[in-house]
Design a protein around this ligand. Structure first.
Ligand SMILES: [Zn+2]
Ligand SMILES: [Zn+2]
Length: 294
């Protein structure tokens, strides 16, 4: 901190969590209960994720992802994967193939900012604490990553706005659409989304009733003004990226705000219950009866 050169961070990602992220739709974000996930990295810097892939000869430690940080947020109180979350820029971040080469030697060669290389036999254990990298370490990882191929499943995901629109307007087309475009996720995830239609309907009605059809970001009230229901249900963590189809992951937005949130890739922060837009603009919810603060 205070230094001009980016200080990247290295974290361990459990193999099963990495795989379930791919199964549910690569989220390009990472959660932890360690405050260093926020304090030891800044927007624009990189979070490197290492995972341990089981193999007949023991564990192969492979580079799983590089998230170029675009936002740091807090999760809702009690969130099961931790209080802190980092979000990777979708265009700049990468998921690497889960079949990548063993990087154990590379990892043992890292010095870290405190010049404390990994001594333990179990790299996974040595990385349980988030480790700040020196700039030389970051260059080593970059060189290693440049030879890796992308994990195709992280990029074969449906467009979220198209998914929400089909869910809302043309539910019978949802199944074929997911089969065609949402190929990165598991069959189970596709089946769950396809069968979510009727349940989703109920949740949307509940949300509309709760806010009397008003936008939670600007209180626009098309029902009173124009006698139409225009506001749309939005999933805070995208359904296509592992978000739950549950009220705690939904909000009601007017069409303008809904389009703006998607077009800008805005990220919701439960600290302050606000949306973070590019350039750091923050819009707090003006109506909230159901979302829990951090
Ligand atoms: Zn609005
Ligand atoms: Zn949406």
């Amino acid at each position: 901190m205070g230094s001009n050169s980016p200080v990247d961070l290295l974290a361990y990602w459990r193999w099963d969590n990495f795989l379930s992220d791919l199964d549910e739709g690569a989220g390009f974000n990472f959660n932890s209960n360690q405050p260093r996930l926020h304090s030891a990295i800044d927007v624009g810097e990189s979070l490197w994720l290492v995972t341990g892939r089981p193999s007949p000869h023991g564990t192969a430690y492979v580079l799983a992802a590089r998230l170029v940080i675009t936002a740091k947020t807090h999760n809702a109180a009690g969130y099961r994967y931790g209080r802190f979350r980092l979000w990777g820029d979708l265009a700049k971040s990468r998921y690497f193939t889960h079949q990548g080469p063993d990087a154990s030697a590379l990892l043992r060669g890292l010095r870290f900012d405190a010049d404390r290389p990994i001594a333990a036999a179990h790299i996974g254990q040595a990385l349980q604490t988030l480790r700040a990298l020196s700039s030389a370490d970051a260059r080593c990882l970059e060189a290693w990553a440049s030879a890796l191929t992308d994990e195709p499943r992280a990029y074969a995901l449906v467009d979220e706005m198209a998914l929400e629109e089909t869910l809302r307007e043309r539910p019978p087309e949802l199944g074929p659409m997911l089969t065609r475009t949402h190929r990165g996720v598991s069959d189970a995830t596709r089946a769950r989304l396809t069968s979510a239609v009727s349940r989703n309907r109920d949740l949307v009605l509940e949300l509309r009733a709760l806010y009397q059809g008003r936008c939670q970001l600007c209180a626009f009230d098309p029902g009173t003004l124009y006698a139409v229901d225009l506001c749309e249900a939005h999933h805070i963590v995208y359904l296509s990226r592992g978000g739950e189809d549950a009220l705690a992951n939904m909000m009601l937005l007017c069409p303008n705000h809904h389009s703006t949130v998607h077009a800008t890739g805005a990220i919701f922060d439960h600290a302050g219950l606000s949306y973070i837009f590019p350039k750091g603009r923050r819009d707090p919810l003006v109506l909230n009866k159901h979302l829990t603060a951090a």
